[in-house]
Design a protein around this ligand. Structure first.
Ligand SMILES: *[C@@H]1O[C@H](CO)[C@@H](O)[C@H](O)[C@H]1NC(C)=O
Ligand SMILES: *[C@@H]1O[C@H](CO)[C@@H](O)[C@H](O)[C@H]1NC(C)=O
Ligand SMILES: *[C@@H]1O[C@H](CO)[C@@H](O)[C@H](O)[C@H]1NC(C)=O
Length: 474
């Protein structure tokens, strides 16, 4: 789906991270966010200190109380004892399994939870969601981007990722919605009802039940992070259809990918506004020229090498953390389709009649999709939730240009001006801080999936953000 959803991606935006502030506890902020959104009236104010009343007030406002299931005793069964092919010296706990989000339809979401290597009891929880819509956070996020293990080219052996985000947090990867990866619905007609709203609701029900299963994490600082389209489910992407499209073509021209005549025609004849009735034929042909010009590129990273082989290699090549292997998804697909691996992960217990794939093959359509997320980001910020929006600067799918146009639409005042941020005496990217705690950061030399291409910079960025610190300037 990653490639067939190209145009959808173009309408959307980069990478975004939404987060708790250190002063306002995230649970209170989220609570307030839901109430202010007119979901309902809180049964008690956010002053309640017990975590279970947090959960129930959230549920009563959303009318979802009936979906808090008994999760007691399920955590132990989810503990992953050993993954096939894992390296020696694993020094953190790993859990994986299903959380039911709709008992009547037997809809269950699959998660993969890696505890922090040190002091997991005091570190925050980071929820990671991939986009698509319909792509797997286990396949991309956990196995290719920021998880503790990567898969070697034999599709059987794992290696340790030294820049995994569980160096700084407890990280929860969720395959969402049902129909993605190992997540499923017994009522398969549910798949055709997939959309932004259903996905967001299921994620909420998942979380409340997950916290019932892992009660020691209730009340911990909680951060929602994700990539690309995931901003739609977590309600915090700065996504705006119009500026995202315009920004993408401007990026193509400023990066010498399309002709002067093409960008001139796009500026003259194309109207990307959501109320534009129909497109002019001269716009269509300019857009065709543009897609033809970038056709042979991996637009997700305009400078990346391509993958020219399929499947796996008989013996594992030694992996290079610094040079991301463009064939990685083949190795991950082989690994996750291994029935021994599935058993170790407590996955596919219902014996699904299709194979695991990185993006869903069973979700036929996407029912609802907002054309802009700008009002939501305003809402989050005014509720005291810290937001970081980050973007790889060589991503051509949701490029920095689009994000900057969208940010401009928010009309926020600059609090700390644009500057370089540094890691190991080199520029890691650029950053600017706006009023209300919105930070924008670029990651230099990163494509769409930032941690694949710049793992050290990505870790530095999230580490500082989780601690509420500015990115380092020297
Ligand atoms: C898989 O199972 C579902 C529901 O049981 C059914 O509708 C579908 O046709 C099956 N697909 C294949 C390829 O057998
Ligand atoms: C689930 O397991 C069955 C075998 O029991 C296998 O054929 C199928 O590919 C698996 N599906 C997924 C999504 O893992
Ligand atoms: C921004 O975050 C800081 C530190 O977490 C906090 O003290 C401040 O009140 C926040 N500002 C707004 C406008 O939310």
């Amino acid at each position: 789906m990653k490639s067939s959803f190209n145009c959808l991606f173009l309408l959307l935006l980069c990478f975004l991270h939404c987060v708790a502030s250190s002063t306002v506890r995230q649970r209170d902020a989220l609570n307030k966010f839901y109430f202010n959104n007119g979901v309902g009236t809180p049964s008690s104010s956010t002053s309640s200190s017990s975590s279970s009343s947090w959960a129930s007030s959230l549920l009563s406002v959303s009318g979802l109380k009936s979906k808090v299931y008994d999760n007691s005793g399920l955590k132990e069964g989810d503990k992953v004892v050993r993954l096939p092919g894992q390296p020696e010296g694993v020094n953190f706990n790993l859990y994986a399994g299903y959380v039911t989000v709709d008992r009547a339809n037997r809809r269950a979401l699959f998660y993969y939870f890696v505890e922090a290597v040190e002091n997991s009891k005091s570190k925050p929880i980071v929820l990671w969601l991939n986009g698509g819509p319909g792509c797997s956070s286990l396949g991309y996020g956990a196995m290719e981007e920021l998880g503790p293990f990567g898969v070697m080219s034999d599709g059987k052996t794992l290696y340790r990722n030294p820049y995994a985000w569980n160096e700084v947090a407890n990280v929860l990867f969720l395959e969402s919605p049902a129909g993605v990866g190992f997540s499923y619905s017994y009522t398969t007609s549910n798949y055709a009802k997939s959309g932004d709203r259903r996905t967001a609701t299921d994620v909420l029900v998942f979380l409340v039940n997950w916290f019932e299963r892992f009660p020691e994490y209730k009340g911990r600082d909680f951060f929602i992070t994700g990539e690309s389209y995931a901003g739609h489910y977590i309600g915090n992407a700065v996504i705006n259809k119009e500026t995202d499209s315009k920004g993408a073509f401007d990026y193509f021209w400023t990066h010498a990918l399309i002709a002067d005549e093409t960008i001139r025609a796009i500026h003259k004849f194309c109207n990307f506004s959501p109320d534009a009735r129909r497109t002019a034929p001269k716009c269509d042909s300019a857009l065709d020229e543009a897609s033809l010009a970038v056709e042979e590129l991996d637009v997700y990273n305009i400078y990346a090498p391509l993958c020219f082989s399929s499947g796996v290699t008989p013996t594992p090549k030694s992996p290079s953390i610094e040079n991301f292997d463009p064939c990685t998804s083949n190795y991950v697909e082989a690994y996750l389709n291994n029935l021994e691996v599935q058993k170790a992960l407590h996955a596919n217990i219902t014996k699904l009649n299709y194979t695991w794939s990185s993006c869903s093959q069973v979700i036929p359509s996407w029912s609802d999709q907002s054309s802009t997320m700008l009002p939501i980001i305003h809402e989050l910020l005014s509720n005291g939730i810290r937001v970081l929006k980050y973007c790889g600067d060589i991503d051509g799918v949701v490029p920095v240009t689009s994000t900057r146009y969208s940010l401009k639409k928010l009309k926020l005042k600059v609090k700390a001006p644009w500057r370089a941020w540094m890691l190991n005496s080199e520029v890691g990217g650029y950053t600017v801080m706006y009023d209300h705690n919105l930070t924008f950061a670029t990651v230099r030399g990163a494509g769409h999936e930032v941690p694949c291409y710049q793992p050290a910079r990505a870790l530095e960025m999230i580490k500082n953000f989780l601690q509420g610190l500015h990115l380092p300037s020297i």
